[in-house]
Each structure stands twice: as structure tokens, then as C-alpha cells.
Design a protein around this ligand. Structure first.
Ligand SMILES: O=C(O)CCC(=O)C(=O)O
Ligand SMILES: [Fe+2]
Length: 401
């Protein structure tokens, strides 16, 4: 009988593989940070090489209504690159489905954010040191920040989104330096964002917000806030893949915007929206992580299933903060090798949600890697022997990252 590798256990047998844009070779490098649930791939050359040519078109300035100041790129990124970037970001970023409660008087209401979200960045008062072990320091003296400064751990903007930030900054034309990147993923036409304005005080007065669309076309609606003696017409912009709208000047103070639910059209396809913003005080950092990451589980796109799935999160050796207790060490045996450990473990991404390159130290599981145990259980279910390594210790219950 032909020997089967561990990898071969998880290859779909019945589904013939068609070449797809998603079937890219594994990326050669990653942005890694203890705050990430998993390493985030760098842009492949096919996308990165197109960036110096952005923007693809000159923008239209829209200022024909009261308090309205938009720059509209149709598109900012040309279609082929936009499509590839859409698939790349959907596949590589961690996403969340944030739930929170709001209190109005005696009533509390639970809100389920009707879209996937994620966020990277930190406000002006802090910065990440510019190297691989990027640490958070205060902007003025570059001293480490006290652990009490933020409720949530800020995450540096990964290289793949930072490259985009730089192109967007160059195009914004008013010199805004963005320190935040928020990402929305609308899985279907049922996902939406209701009317709001991004006018929080932590953005300072008249903020510039650059908003890039990738994937399915969705309507972007704008309407003036209720105001006496203002006769402003509502606006509908059918934003296509690669289009970018920069909202500037008094726009946020006076206008609301939304992406309503929709049926038909491209509603069944996913859409990514990326906004670049600048927050000036720590309250902005806590607000953005609270509403775009929260404390729930991590999702990651599953290419085989064509949907977001609970991510297998690895924060093990090399990605672990020093205070993360080690849960145990594992070695993994399959049927044709007595023992495969560490770099030699070749899980298929469809089972583990991650690839060997992303998990170079597969033998170490830490207490915030609940995934690791479920991943190992999946292997056991497939007849692969999994045993605690000789130096296991601290078997405390796993918790979510
Ligand atoms: O998805 C969009 O185009 C808009 C997103 C938005 O308004 C926001 O994230 O504040
Ligand atoms: Fe918004």
C-alpha cells in the first residue's frame, strides 16, 4: 500500500481541484506580532508590484452640496489587482463578529454587529517601534507604555495593509497621516452598516477618512444630518471593487453614511471595506478595538468551505507574550512516521486553518491556544496519534486568545 503522508489525510478526495485565484503559493514572509491571533501574510509580488502605480485614476472632487467634501476614485485600484487583493485580505486577516450591549435608561439591548470586522493601529500618543519585535512606546519619549494605558492590546498595522496605507496617504492630498486601519467584511447582502457618521471626538475636528471597497458592489448611501434651512439631496454611490471615497472637511460633522442590506445583484458575493483614519487620543484606540475586535472568537476565511469559520489560533512559542503559561508540549505521530515534531509537521490548512510556515513550532501549545487542542483532537479523529510530550507541564484549562 502506498504510504500516506499526514497532509494527504486532509486533501479533499472527491472534489477535483480547479485552478482558482485563491490557490496562491504560500507567502514567503509574514507580519508577526504577539497581539495577532496568527501571523499575517505579506502581499505577494503580483499585488505589491502594482502598488507604485496607484491611484489608477485621478479622483473626482464632489463638493456640490452643503458641507460635503468628497474625493471619489473610480477606481483607486484597477480591477485585476483589486480582485486579487480582495481574495488575499479575506483569506489572510483575522475577523470578528462583535457583540456588545447598549444601555438606554433602564433598558439594555444586545447588539450583534451585522458584519465581520477587524482593526489595526494605535492613536497618536503611542507608536510601535519600527522593527520586527515592534513594541508599543509613547510617542514623545519612546518609553514603554504602562500596561494600564489601554484596555485592549493595540495591534500594529500589518505590512500588507501598511503598503496600502502609504499609497492612500500619498493620494489623500491634505497631508493626513493615518494611524488606524479598520476592515469590514460583508459576507452577503444581509450584512450592513446603519446610518452613522465617523465624527467621534477622538478623531479631532474635520477628520479625513479614506474608504476603499473591494469585491461585491454595494450601495453607499449618504444623507445630511437633520438641519434647518439645509436643502441637501441624499446621495447613492454604487461602490465597485477598487473604488475609494475620501470623506474630508466638514463631511463627518454634517452627513451620515450607510451600507444598507440588499437583495439580488451581487448580494451573495462578499465585500471588503477598508477605512484609514487618524485617532488622536487613547480613547480612540480603546473604542476601535472594543467595537471591531471585542472579546469574542476569531474567524478566518475557509477557502474549501467558502465561508468564515472559527479560526485556529496559534499564539505559541515565538508569538507568545512572556506571561502566557505553557499548557503542554505535544509531538504528533502519523501512520508513516513514528514522530513528527516542530517544523516537520505538515498539517493541511483545511484542517488546521494554518500552514506549516505559519506554525513553525507546532510542538508547543500554550494556554491561550485553545485551538491547538481542538486541532489536535481533529487529528486524533483521523487516526493520528497525539501524545503529550515528555516535558509537558501546567495543564490548566485552555482559554481563548
Ligand atoms: O463599508 C463601507 O463602505 C462603509 C464602512 C463605514 O462606514 C465604517 O466602517 O465606518
Ligand atoms: Fe463610517
Amino acid at each position: 500500500m502506498a504510504k500516506r503522508t499526514l497532509e494527504s489525510f486532509y486533501k479533499p478526495i472527491s472534489k477535483p481541484k480547479k485552478p482558482r485565484i485563491e490557490d496562491n503559493p504560500p507567502p514567503s514572509s509574514y507580519s508577526r506580532h504577539p497581539s495577532y491571533p496568527f501571523p499575517i501574510a505579506d502581499l505577494p509580488p503580483s499585488i505589491a508590484n502594482a502598488f507604485p502605480d496607484l491611484p489608477a485614476t485621478t479622483p473626482r472632487s464632489i463638493t456640490n452640496q452643503s458641507h460635503l467634501d468628497l474625493l471619489y476614485y473610480q477606481p483607486f485600484i484597477p480591477p485585476t489587482t483589486a480582485r486579487e487583493l480582495f481574495h488575499f485580505l479575506r483569506r489572510e486577516l483575522p475577523f470578528y463578529r462583535v457583540q456588545y450591549t447598549i444601555r438606554r435608561g433602564p433598558n439594555t439591548t444586545q447588539i450583534n454587529t451585522p458584519r465581520f470586522t477587524t482593526v489595526f493601529g494605535v492613536d497618536d500618543t503611542s507608536l510601535f517601534t519600527p522593527n520586527n519585535d515592534s513594541r508599543l512606546v509613547d510617542s514623545k519619549w519612546h518609553n514603554p507604555i504602562p500596561s494600564t494605558k489601554y484596555k485592549y492590546t493595540p495591534r500594529p498595522i500589518p505590512a500588507c495593509l501598511d503598503a496600502l496605507r502609504q499609497r492612500v496617504e500619498a493620494a489623500t492630498a491634505d497631508g493626513t497621516r493615518y494611524n488606524f486601519c479598520l476592515v469590514n467584511y460583508y459576507a452577503t447582502g444581509d450584512d450592513s452598516i446603519s446610518y452613522h457618521s465617523d465624527d467621534e471626538r477622538f478623531l479631532g475636528p474635520n477628520p479625513s477618512i479614506a474608504s476603499l471597497s473591494l469585491g461585491a458592489q454595494r450601495d453607499f448611501l449618504m444623507k445630511h444630518k437633520p438641519a434647518e434651512k439645509i436643502d441637501a439631496a441624499p446621495i447613492k454611490m454604487p461602490l465597485g471593487s477598487g473604488d475609494m471615497v475620501v470623506m474630508r472637511g466638514e463631511t463627518q460633522a454634517n452627513w451620515l453614511h450607510s451600507i444598507p442590506k440588499r437583495k439580488g445583484g451581487e448580494a451573495h458575493r462578499g465585500r471588503i471595506n477598508i477605512t484609514f483614519r487618524r485617532a488622536v487620543v487613547p480613547g480612540g484606540t480603546d473604542n476601535y478595538y472594543n467595537y471591531n475586535v471585542g472579546e469574542g472568537k476569531v474567524y478566518r476565511w475557509d477557502e474549501d468551505e467558502g465561508r468564515m469559520r472559527d479560526a485556529i489560533v496559534y499564539n505559541g512559542h515565538g508569538h507568545t507574550s512572556p506571561d502566557t503559561p505553557v499548557l503542554g508540549r505535544y509531538s504528533i505521530e502519523d501512520d508513516d512516521r513514528r514522530s513528527r515534531e516542530g517544523r516537520d509537521v505538515g498539517f493541511s490548512s483545511s484542517v488546521m486553518g494554518i500552514t506549516t510556515q505559519e506554525w513553525p513550532d507546532a510542538h508547543e501549545a500554550t494556554a491561550n491556544t485553545a485551538f491547538c487542542l481542538s486541532g489536535l483532537r481533529a487529528l486524533v479523529g483521523q487516526g493520528v496519534a497525539v501524545r503529550p510530550g515528555a516535558d509537558s507541564h501546567d495543564k490548566s484549562a485552555p482559554r481563548e486568545a
